[in-house]
Design a protein around this ligand. Sequence first.
Ligand code: URP
Ligand code: ZN
Ligand code: ZN
Length: 507
Amino acid sequence: MTTPTYDLVIRGGTVGTATGRFAADIGVTAERIVAIGEKLAAGAREIDATGKLVLPGGVDTHAHIEQVSAGGLLNADSFESATASAAFGGTTTVMCFAAQHRGLDLRQVVTDYEARARRGAMIDYAFHLIIANPDAKTLEQDLPALIGEGHSSIKVFMTYDLIKVDDEPLLDLLLTARQNRALVCVHAENHGMISWMGKKLLAKGYSAPKYHAPSHPRGSEAEAFTRLIAAAELLDQPIMIFHVSTREGAEVIRKARGRGLKVFAETCPQYLFLTRHDIDKPGLEGAKWMCSPPPREHDDQEALWQALALGDIQTISSDHAPYAFDETGKLSAGPDSTFKQIANGLPGLETRLPLLFDAMVSKGRGEFAGRGLEAFVDLTATTPAAIYNLKGKGAIQIGNDADIAIWDPAKTVAITDAAMHDRTGFTPFAGRSVQGWPVHVLVRGRDVVAGGEVAGVAGSGRWIGRDGGWAAEPTGRLCADMDPERNFGAALLSEQVPAAPIIPANR
Ligand code: URP
Ligand code: ZN
Ligand code: ZN
């Protein structure tokens, strides 16, 4: 008997990348892709992918897992349930959050979240550091050290009473990020407008979940984007704007990018497939569709698809924020909850890729002009991995981790509450039918989902350390206020530290 050449061969499928598709076998040895070609030699294990699409596992760069939310509530999923659910939907890398709330020590927070993830995750993961307590220790000691250790993205909220950061501390954070080469991700909505509208609506007796939508005025997004971009421009600090929901928001981003600013942006399936009308349900049922920002109008969906096709928005994440529809989650304030008391967020790790595959590949949305599969891979895996510098992830190429989702493009699936694997007990996309589903999912060559069953092991997921990479690198073009040549010689950015130390590869 001949010795097999590879640990694993995935044979006979069509490989999809961000730039093309081709028939090829994939050879995997020691967790990595080591060969892509025709008629590869034997593997110790073989998977027949005839008639299937062999795609990189999805990279979901925004998911709240086993986390205390912006509203102060622990969400429903453990790392085990969330990452299993992600894998059932074809995702093999997730970026979640280590959430510092006010008064908490950032170093301790990160230690705690690391322990939770190590215990439960069955896909690979990295953290964004949520900063709500930008005191001297956080800014001068913990953040620089943690960024240097491989946590090279920060998340800041411009709204939510418990966690928001005002304009001046936001500048402090942007500066710390610049000095240490971290990307700053932002939940950008105008807090005052949301708070004011909420009070006015409640005073008139408008308390049902559907009023969550008008309580986040459309302009609150564009205003916060504009203010945030001005702050980032002042310091020449790259930013990522999370969950863009409006046409006006997308326009602000397009203009900023047109001026050469390093502004990246994300949207989510809820803004592409849902509208505010989905929240309009009897009683408190609409709570299941409540997230922030809220789903908007059909016209916004069209604008977001356009922005994705043109490159103004580069990633589509889930913003998985799971709360059960009971007293542990959405209804924690009881059966008479007002929209202001209901936890914001939707489950979405599992449905993100199938919804997008159905729209972009199976139905072939026109914006992508025949390259829907390539755009799907690009927006959901390759570019998110590149922006966040998740080395070895997001693409089928030699040397990368063998994170692979084998899709049956003909499989039709009815999305139901019961079919989901997270712990909320519902999905806001129930009742939809999609064509195309990942039927076999591997992380570093190991099965995580196979034959409709979970095959992954809690704790087998690996943390991905990373430096900020190209996305977090400032442009080097200083605006007038920061340029010593044009501000009477005040060298306000002169204390730059050299580029962040290169993180030893995590392998
Ligand atoms: O409604 C949402 N998105 N909840 C999660 C918290 C956040 O905004 O990131
Ligand atoms: Zn957010
Ligand atoms: Zn979020």
